[in-house]
Design a protein around this ligand. Sequence first.
Ligand SMILES: Cc1ncc(COP(=O)(O)O)c(C=O)c1O
Length: 396
Amino acid sequence: MTPSASAPLLSAAVVDTGTPPIPEAQAWVARYDGRHGPLINLAQAVPDRPPPAPFMGRLAEAAADAEATRYGPILGDTQLREAYARHATGLYGGRLAPENVAITAGCNMAFAAALMLVAKAGDQVILPAPWYFNHQMWASMLGVAVRALPCRADAGFVPSPDDAERLVDGRTKALVLVTPNNPTGAVYPPATIAAFADLCRRRGLWLVIDETYRDFLPPGMGRPHALFEDERWRANVIGLYSFSKAYGIPGYRLGAMIADALVVAELAKILDTVQICPPRAGQVPVAWGIDGLATWREENRRALHRRAEAFRRVLRQCPDWRLDSIGAYFAYVRHPFGAAPAAAVAEALAVERGLLALPGSYFGPDQDAHLRMAFANVEAATIEAIADRLRGFILP
Ligand SMILES: Cc1ncc(COP(=O)(O)O)c(C=O)c1O
């Protein structure tokens, strides 16, 4: 990511922040001539299957209701806050009440509000690297310094609490975890998450945990973590979630936060000022869908798990490409071209072979050895075709 052209009258904090990287990658595919078959797009981080008819019907009805044209409560509609609190209590244990929930215009908004609440310009936040680039971009635009916590391939890209502790200094205010992770797919074990919570408690830091991909944990894995069972969470944990991915509604912009009621009251200042209220119409079907789409979400999780298995099989046919990590619908794959920059590899793969993956370098420092391959929208037969695109590929 390169900073955009200098513009002296604009805030340097924004101008010096890298531009969103995905459009650059999308532009590569215009140069693919189709010779290996249709483009295989492994760049999309969201399933493109819309929710089923009972959801869409409720959505249409809610959108046609004049109520949806009005401002709503700052923290979201009561029904949705109640439904999410119930669901989260069932999932995590503990006592999560509607007062602990804020509904936001997507999980990016939730992260923006969380970080603004816990850090100001000149402070520091620790982000495991590779990271979700919008997290780094927002910190940069707030003037909050980012300390990279390197995640190692031989540790399955699960960050180490001990390594994190060595990065903490007097300016550090928060540590951010994303699990399952974007871009690596790594699922952090509950014990590791507990160790991070312990570290944050001891060192007086906020733990912000983004579980956008929570619904895509491996089947059979129950509770993602036990953070909310220990009442001490209230002092320093903020949980983030997105309805975009699991409910297939990224365009409707809905996410959720969990925090102590006193923290939510402070968050309300930010949310009121930035979003006034979360988008109205989608909240109605989502409140229903938390239970109503449970089976549909579970089917999707199983289908994606099968795709992950297929992806593993395919990568075994391409021994030069190493699958270093896989989870949710992300694979983090080491390319065979040594010191070649990941962006050069990804561009050539898109142009020469019609396979679009994102370079690791979009996700933070020292990621040039990897590409992120997202298989949320790739059917089993297409996954099989990936092997032909990778085998025999050489950098021009
Ligand atoms: C880790 C992570 N958090 C948040 C988001 C954004 O979610 P939303 O659409 O709810 O803003 C994404 C989307 O890619 C993501 O990967």
